[in-house]
Design a protein. Structure first.
Length: 311
């Protein structure tokens, strides 16, 4: 075997050894004797049961390694950190450790992409320029795929919140006008519409929990608008904050917001209806018009060809 055949195998072996070393470094499995000794030192660990088993698996290993993996990609400024938290909250990940886990997933995807791309390039192209390109492409895909998935999840959830908010707001208006307070109305809406609008109800349920914990209502409503990321939810939060600050009727404020949202949606429906004629031009030209052209012009073209051949 010459050096051109040995080099790809050596590169793949180096990547494999590096991956195994990282896995062994962050795994740190303990023997049963050590676990029993820790249980004797801390009796509270005896009551955790299956939770300890989960923590010692792959999820527990990743949870321990997440701070170290995310350290290299952690935003330097507080503005960038806040923007990342808002994006994750819009996607439904409101856990305080969500940015750390997301950055750790990106870094792990980068390492996995480099490993897969390096192995594929070593076996397919060897130590050539194409092999280096495969490493770069694999690392780029592994790094940006979590970003793409976050964007898709975020846009999908924001659309669900946007579509489910009118029904929730109508029920909220009914509850407030029937005599319930804002806290009880939010709780009632979260209970009644949990099956049809789980995203909106989850936001209302989180607001109820924060209000019960003693947070100021102004901060809770402001966080509600920021977490949802939808303009209508932000407008609803702003109206409720103003009604709470100036002491005006919450029922009237909700009624005005409900009417404005209904008018806005009717205008959006009319706008889409007006755009239908323009959007239909391209399918007509690309798919329907060629078929009509063949049906109308085809027989005449065949007759002309026959006449030319006979003459």
């Amino acid at each position: 075997m010459d050096i051109s055949q040995i080099a790809p195998l050596a590169v793949f072996a180096a990547f494999s050894i590096g991956a195994y070393a990282l896995f062994s470094l962050f795994n740190g499995e303990k023997s049963r004797v050590a676990e029993r000794l820790e249980e004797l030192r801390d009796p509270g660990k005896r009551k955790r049961g299956l939770q300890d088993v989960d923590e010692d698996g792959v999820a527990g290993m990743f949870k321990k390694a997440a701070p170290a993996l995310s350290k290299a990609l952690k935003p330097k400024s507080e503005l960038d950190q806040s923007a990342l938290k808002v994006r994750l909250a819009n996607a439904g990940f409101s856990n305080p450790n969500a940015p750390t886990f997301f950055l750790a997933i990106k870094f792990a995807g980068l390492l996995l992409g480099l490993f897969v791309g390096g192995g594929f390039g070593a076996f397919k192209y060897g130590m050539t320029q194409s092999g280096m390109y495969s490493i770069v492409i694999g690392g780029g895909l592994g790094f940006y795929i979590p970003e793409l998935l976050l964007t898709l999840i975020r846009s999908s959830r924001m659309e669900r919140v946007f579509l489910g908010l009118p029904d929730a707001l109508d029920l909220l208006v009914v509850c407030v006008e029937s005599g319930l307070g804002l806290d009880a109305a939010l709780r009632k809406v979260a209970e009644e519409m949990n099956d049809s609008n789980p995203d909106v109800c989850a936001e209302f349920h989180l607001c109820n929990m924060q209000l019960q914990m003693g947070r100021p209502r102004r901060e809770v409503l402001h966080d509600l608008g920021v977490r949802a990321g939808v303009d209508d939810m932000k407008a609803l939060a702003a109206i409720l904050i103003q009604a709470d600050r100036f002491g005006s009727s919450i029922a009237q404020a909700l009624r005005v917001q409900s009417d404005s949202m209904r008018v806005k949606r009717s205008q959006m429906a009319e706008e889409k209806a007006q755009q239908t004629a323009v959007k239909m031009i391209f399918p007509l030209v690309l798919f329907i018009f060629p078929g009509i052209f063949v049906v109308l012009v085809g027989p005449a073209a065949i007759m002309m060809i026959r006449n030319l051949l006979t003459t």
